[in-house]
Design a protein around this ligand. Structure first.
Ligand code: GUN
Length: 276
């Protein structure tokens, strides 16, 4: 069983980001907005900020109180949309309940939407047009490329249909000529479907979702889950799956670093496009 570690593949994405950044006459500036103190969000935002600093990207964290009004958040986004000193804008999700997340996403300039969540970027992704791509799905593709896991003609089963991972990953896998099935909480007889997968992606956010009896011998298993159980980070896939799969991403240290690296690359790509 091959452990598909994210670090080497992430390094290669970061090298690409740095090389492109060096061609620009300015240093791209990423703005990350976080509301409140959700521990997972605090940790993710810190990772993004640190990685930006590490590779020489400028990065500013905007930490706002949990009870910030939607109007105040939209006003900050307006200011960043208009600023020549903001090339990437990312609002960390989930947002508090009194804020309409979709409205916030649609308010962000599609040119600065380094999450790739704006409907214009989502539409372009499905049309196969150039767009800013959501970081986790794009990072998953980069991980497959790095490990020379071919996608064309493969049966890919994605468990989870979120706007952040499942749906955009389906579009990207299709664009690489995979045959894609998206399963979800209402799927009937999930094991029957997952057993067909050459490449199985777990993106549910529930530990123990994928067990060995659900995995075809020799399949590649990509675990996107990040769950905290008794203070420990675990994925959606049980550890015993390593006895069946030919390759498996660890949690932590698999997909996570790819998401962060792709965000850095997206910030540079967004800066390039804003330059015209
Ligand atoms: N929360 C969990 N994943 C993500 C992501 O990719 N982007 C943002 N903005 N928030 C998230």
């Amino acid at each position: 069983m091959i452990e598909l570690k994210g670090a080497p593949a992430a390094e290669s994405l970061l090298r690409q980001a740095v090389q492109r950044m060096e061609q620009l006459p300015f240093v791209p500036h990423l703005h990350v907005i976080r509301l409140g103190e959700d521990p997972a969000s605090v940790s993710y935002v810190r990772l993004k900020d640190r990685k930006a600093q590490e590779i020489g990207l400028r990065s500013t964290m905007h930490v706002l109180p949990e009870d910030t009004s939607e109007a105040a958040l939209l006003a900050l986004i307006d200011r960043l949309n208009a600023s020549e000193d903001a090339h990437g804008i990312l609002v960390q999700l989930p947002l508090p309940k009194h804020i309409n997340a979709q409205k916030v996403i649609e308010h962000t300039s599609p040119l600065k939407d380094v999450d790739g969540f704006h409907p214009e970027n989502v539409g372009k992704l499905w049309l196969g047009q150039e767009a800013l791509l959501p970081c986790t799905p794009a990072g998953i593709l980069a991980l497959c490329d790095h490990h020379q896991i071919s996608l064309a003609g493969k049966k890919v089963v994605i468990v989870g249909r979120s706007n952040i991972v499942g749906k955009p990953l389906a579009a990207l896998m299709l664009s690489r000529d995979a045959t894609v099935t998206v399963a979800h909480s209402r799927t009937v007889n999930l094991p029957e479907i997952t057993l067909q997968a050459d490449i199985l992606v777990a993106a549910v956010g529930r530990p123990g979702t994928i067990t060995p009896v659900m995995v075809k011998e020799g399949a590649v298993v990509l675990d996107v889950g990040v769950n905290r159980v008794d203070g420990k980070l675990v994925g959606d896939v049980t550890p015993e799956v390593r006895n069946v799969a030919s390759a498996l991403t660890p949690v932590p240290g698999g997909i996570g670093p790819m998401t962060v690296a792709q965000l850095m690359l997206n910030t540079v790509l967004a800066a390039e496009r804003q330059r015209g």
